[in-house]
Design a protein around this ligand. Structure first.
Ligand SMILES: [Zn+2]
Length: 501
C-alpha cells in the first residue's frame, strides 16, 4: 500500500517475447499485522482477552458512541518501539494517528484509527538466511493501529449462503502493529523465511505470540513480476488469507506461476486482491484493490500527535535483551554445538535460558543440549504440550544428567525417568528408587544372568566363538531383557564373554 507500485497495468507485447524463453524477476513485499500482547485495547481500557462472551469487552470508545474520546495505550507504544528497534528502524519523535475511512458492519466508527503519513518508525531492515546466504530485507515502516470486530455468519461456514450474520465487537480496538517490508524479497521461499524470522523476533521480544494459524499474526503479500533487468516494477496483486508459514510460500508460488503464464501469453496483470484457499492450494480473486486515496486518510482530531522521547527509547532498549541471531552467534562460540542444534535450542527464549541454566548446573553443555533437542521435544510433541507448561526444571534435568554420567542410571532408564520427571516434577534420585530404575553394576547380581543367557542361547554362543563379533549383541540384548534394561552394559558384556569362556 505504501510502496511505489504503479497502478496502471504494465503491457507486455507479444512481439517482444517472440519464441525466446523469458527470464522473469519476482518482486515481493510483505505487510504483517501483529496483535500486541497488551491487557487492554489501543484506545480504551477494555480487556483484550480472547474467548469471552460476545460483546462483553466493549465500551463507548471502542463501539464508537458519540462523545467518547480515545486515549492512547502506552504499553502498545512501548511494544511497537521495542519491535522497531529490533528491526533497526529510526523512531520518529513525532508521529500521527489518522482515520482510515470505510464502512463495514464490524467497524462501528466507520473508520479505523491507524497511522498513515507519519508512522511511528521507518527505514529499518531484517536479516534473513536463505541457502546459506544472509540477505537484508528493508523495513519500510512500523506503525500502530486498531483491529476491527468480527462477523459471525449463521447458517453457513462463510458469508455466502448465511441466513444472517452477527457482530461481535470484543476484538474491536485491539492494538495491532503493522510492519511493512520493502519490495526486496525475490522468491516465495525468502518470503516464508522472512515471516518465520519476524515471528521469532516478535516472540523473543514478548510483543506478540506470532501464531499465523491462530490469527495473532496476519500477513498480506504483494507480488509482481518483471523481465529480468527491468527497472520498473510490474503491476502487483495482493494475496491474503495465508494461515501458516508454509501457506505464505505456497500461495506466492501459485501466483508467481500464474503471472508468468499470463505475461508469457501476451496478457496483462491487473491490480487485484486474491484469496488463498489452503484446501485446494489455489488463489481466487476477491475484489479489485482500492488505492490509499479511497480511504480519505486524515489526522484524527481526537488524538494529539504521539511523541516518543529519547528517554523512552533508552528505557525500551534496556529491556530488549538478546535477539535470536545474537544468541545464535554466542552459542556457537561459547558451547561449540552444531548450528542446527542451536536453532532448536533458541526457538524460544524460555528453552534457550533453560538450556544455559542446565549446562551451567551440570557442567555438561553437550549432554544438556542432547536432551533438550531429542527426548524432551519428542515427549512434548507426543503430549502436545510446551516445556514451560511442564514441571521440568534445569535443576531436575542437571541432576539426572549427573546420575547418567556416574553410571547410576542407564541411558535407557533415564528416558523413563525423564518422562516421569516431566509429569510429576519429582527428582531423578527419588524416581530411580521408586521405579527401581537404578542401573545394576553389582557383579554378583549380574553373573547369574550372564550364565543363564549363555546357557539359553547356544546358537549365538557358537556364532560368537566362530568369530562373529556381532553375535554378542544378541546375548547382551537378552540380558537387558532379563534386567528390564537396568544392567550396566559394559559390565554385562564382560561377564557374558567370561561365561562363554
Ligand atoms: Zn472499549
Amino acid at each position: 500500500m505504501f510502496g511505489s507500485w504503479p497502478s496502471e497495468p504494465t503491457i507486455y507485447r507479444r512481439a517482444m517475447i517472440g519464441n525466446e524463453i523469458m527470464n522473469f524477476e519476482t518482486v515481493i513485499g510483505l505487510e504483517t499485522h501483529a496483535q500486541l500482547q497488551t491487557e487492554s485495547k489501543m484506545f480504551c481500557t477494555c480487556s483484550t482477552k480472547f474467548g469471552n462472551d460476545p460483546n462483553s469487552n466493549i465500551c463507548p470508545v471502542c463501539t464508537g458512541q458519540p462523545g467518547s474520546l480515545p486515549v492512547i495505550n502506552e504499553k502498545a507504544i512501548r511494544l511497537a518501539v521495542k519491535t522497531a528497534l529490533a528491526l533497526n528502524c529510526r523512531i520518529n519523535s513525532e508521529s500521527v494517528f489518522a482515520r482510515k475511512n470505510y464502512f463495514y458492519p464490524d467497524l462501528p466508527k466507520d473508520y479505523q484509527i491507524s497511522q498513515f503519513e507519519m508512522p511511528l518508525a521507518e527505514h529499518g531492515y531484517l536479516e534473513i538466511e536463505v541457502g546459506g546466504q544472509i540477505k537484508k530485507i528493508g523495513i519500510t515502516r512500523v506503525h500502530l493501529e486498531e483491529d476491527a470486530g468480527k462477523l459471525v455468519h449463521k447458517g453457513s461456514a462463510g458469508i455466502k449462503g448465511a441466513d444472517y450474520s452477527l457482530v461481535d465487537l470484543n476484538r474491536t480496538g485491539t492494538p495491532l502493529m503493522e510492519i511493512v517490508s520493502e519490495p526486496d524479497i525475490r522468491t516465495p521461499e525468502e518470503a516464508r523465511v522472512f515471516m518465520e524470522e519476524l515471528a521469532h523476533i516478535l516472540r523473543y521480544l514478548e510483543v506478540c505470540d506470532a501464531k499465523l494459524e491462530e490469527g495473532s499474526m496476519r500477513c498480506d503479500a504483494n507480488i509482481s513480476i518483471r523481465l529480468a533487468g527491468a527497472k520498473e516494477l510490474g503491476v502487483k496483486t495482493e494475496l491474503k488469507n495465508m494461515n501458516s508459514f508454509k501457506a505464505v510460500q505456497k500461495a506466492l508460488e501459485k501466483e508467481e506461476t500464474r503471472q508468468k503464464e499470463v505475461v508469457s501469453e501476451g496478457g496483462k496483470i491487473f491490480q487485484q486482491t486474491l484469496l488463498y484457499d489452503e484446501a485446494t492450494s489455489s488463489v481466487h480473486p476477491m475484489r479489485s484493490k482500492e488505492g490509499s486515496h479511497d480511504y480519505r486518510y486524515f489526522p484524527d482530531p481526537d488524538l494529539l500527535p504521539l511523541y516518543v522521547d529519547e528517554k523512552m527509547i533508552e528505557e525500551v532498549k534496556g529491556l530488549t535483551g538478546e535477539l535470536p541471531i545474537e544468541k545464535f552467534k554466542r552459542f556457537v562460540s561459547q558451547y561449540g554445538i552444531p548450528g542446527q542444534d542451536i536453532n532448536v535450542l533458541i526457538e524460544s527464549r524460555y528453552t534457550a535460558d533453560f538450556f544455559e541454566e542446565t549446562a551451567k548446573l551440570s557442567s555438561e553443555p553437550k549432554l544438556s543440549a542432547n536432551w533438550l533437542i531429542g527426548d524432551i521435544p519428542a515427549y512434548l510433541n507426543a503430549n502436545n504440550t510446551e516445556l514451560k507448561e511442564t514441571k521440568l526444571t534445569p535443576v531436575l534435568l542437571a541432576e539426572m544428567i549427573g546420575l547418567v554420567k556416574t553410571g547410576a542410571l542407564s541411558g535407557n532408564s533415564a528416558k523413563k525417568v525423564l518422562a516421569e520427571m516431566i509429569k510429576t516434577g519429582r527428582s531423578a534420585k527419588e524416581l530411580v528408587e521408586s521405579m527401581g530404575a537404578s542401573q545394576i553394576s553389582d557383579e554378583s547380581a549380574l553373573i547369574e544372568i550372564a550364565e543363564k543367557v549363555v546357557a539359553a542361547n547356544p546358537q549365538s554362543v557358537e556364532a560368537f566363538k566362530s568369530g562373529k563379533e556381532a553375535a554378542i549383541k544378541h546375548l547382551i540384548g537378552q540380558a537387558m531383557k532379563e534386567t528390564k534394561g537396568r544392567a550396566n552394559p559394559r559390565l554385562i558384556e564382560t561377564l557374558i564373554k567370561k561365561a562363554i569362556g
